[in-house]
Each structure stands twice: as structure tokens, then as C-alpha cells.
Ligand binder design. Structure first.
Ligand SMILES: Cc1cc2nc3c(=O)[nH]c(=O)nc-3n(C[C@H](O)[C@H](O)[C@H](O)COP(=O)(O)O)c2cc1C
Length: 188
């Protein structure tokens, strides 16, 4: 259990970022996938995505096809959420933040590590979400256009909340960028 009543806020914070860092290289890590939330007017849209990278400013990076709903949503409204759950340790991590998109120069190093069949994720001839008659209608790719469709989303967390499930004595803590990430204990 990573959060205990005798854990310091600093220890909790460092454990979180250590685990997120591990998820970037370990495809079996529970934090490898997150639920990314965006909004489209009054509608909330959520979907799983892969955590691809993070940086020293505590931003997270996710790849997508820039023709998807999530990209459209986040261009119009950069508010987003990220949700993780570590089943073994029974820890939920919830983030609220802003999304932005890397420009061509900054996204190129990420593109360069995508090889082979993985390029197809960004090079379907028909845009993601297009209605089709038969399943096979989706499987046509033009790999020469992959980079144009490739987008790297930077998630800039503003608030991060962790909930440690612990029988009847759950532990909840909030870290805010505006408070220099100082931890605040909360009633669960
Ligand atoms: C485990 C899992 C991981 C996924 N990873 C990604 C990802 O990293 N990027 C992405 O664009 N879609 C990913 N998807 C697909 C999305 O969940 C979603 O179905 C797709 O991107 C279209 O979403 P949208 O129309 O809301 O943009 C993943 C789906 C699953 C189930």
C-alpha cells in the first residue's frame, strides 16, 4: 500500500511520479493506461489511452490520430481529466488539467520511435469514427500520410488527487500546482 497514515506528503508524491515513470517503459504497469476525459459542449467524452511519456514539469504525453473526437474536443476546450487505477495497490489517481498539442518539430522525435505496423494507427484512409458498411472498409492505409495525422497531446495537470482504498479508513490527498504541489489531506 503506497499511502499509509505515516507516509509523508513528499513520500506519497514521489511514489506517484516514480510509478508513472515506470508505466512509460513497462507495458504491464497498471498506470500504463489512463482514462482521458474531454468535453464537447455539454457532453463528456472518455476513452482509454496509453501513457507515452512525462517530463520534469510533471506533464504527461499521449499519442493520437488528430482526426479523432478527443483531438477535436481538446482543440475547442483544453480542459481535460486523466484517471488511473492501480488494482493491486488499490489506489485511484485523478487529474484535472489542460491539454495542448506538440508542434511538428516537437512531435517528430516521438514519431521517429514509431515503427512498422504501429504507423497504421495514424494512417487509415478513412478518418476514425467514419461510418462504414463492412468492417473491411476500415482497413485501408496510406502510410505516407501518417505524420500529418499523428498528434502528441501534452496533459498539463493542475490538480492531482489520490485515493488509497483501505477498508473503512480510506486516505485521500490533493496536490495542486497553484500550491506548488503541496499535499492537502481530505476526507475521503
Ligand atoms: C487499452 C486501450 C488503449 C488505447 N490507447 C489509445 C491511445 O493511446 N491513443 C488513442 O488515440 N486511442 C487509444 N485507444 C482507443 C481510444 O480509447 C478510442 O477508442 C479512440 O481513440 C477514439 O476515441 P475518440 O473518438 O474519443 O477520440 C485505446 C483504447 C484502449 C482500449
Amino acid at each position: 500500500m503506497p499511502i499509509r497514515t505515516d507516509s509523508t506528503e513528499k513520500q506519497i508524491w514521489l511514489t506517484l511520479w516514480k510509478q508513472l515513470g515506470e508505466a512509460i517503459t513497462d507495458s504491464h504497469h497498471p498506470f500504463r493506461f489512463l482514462v482521458l476525459g474531454s468535453s464537447n459542449g455539454d457532453l463528456i467524452n472518455q476513452r482509454y489511452v496509453v501513457l507515452r511519456d512525462m517530463d520534469d514539469d510533471l506533464n504527461l504525453y499521449v499519442f493520437s490520430d488528430n482526426r479523432t473526437q478527443k483531438v477535436n474536443d481538446l482543440i475547442k476546450n483544453s480542459n481535460c481529466s486523466a484517471l488511473f487505477y492501480h488494482q493491486e495497490e488499490r489506489v485511484q489517481v485523478r487529474m484535472n488539467g489542460k491539454a495542448e498539442f506538440l508542434n511538428s518539430v516537437d512531435k517528430e522525435p516521438y514519431w521517429n520511435i514509431i515503427h512498422g505496423e504501429a504507423i497504421k494507427a495514424y494512417s487509415s484512409v478513412k478518418s476514425p469514427g467514419t461510418s462504414i458498411q463492412d468492417w473491411g472498409d476500415a482497413y485501408e492505409w496510406d502510410e505516407s500520410i501518417g505524420f500529418e495525422n499523428f498528434s502528441v497531446i501534452r496533459i498539463i495537470p493542475q490538480e492531482i488527487e489520490m485515493l488509497q482504498l483501505n477498508k473503512l479508513e480510506h486516505l485521500r490527498i490533493r496536490f495542486s500546482r497553484s500550491e506548488d504541489w503541496k499535499g492537502q489531506k481530505l476526507v475521503p
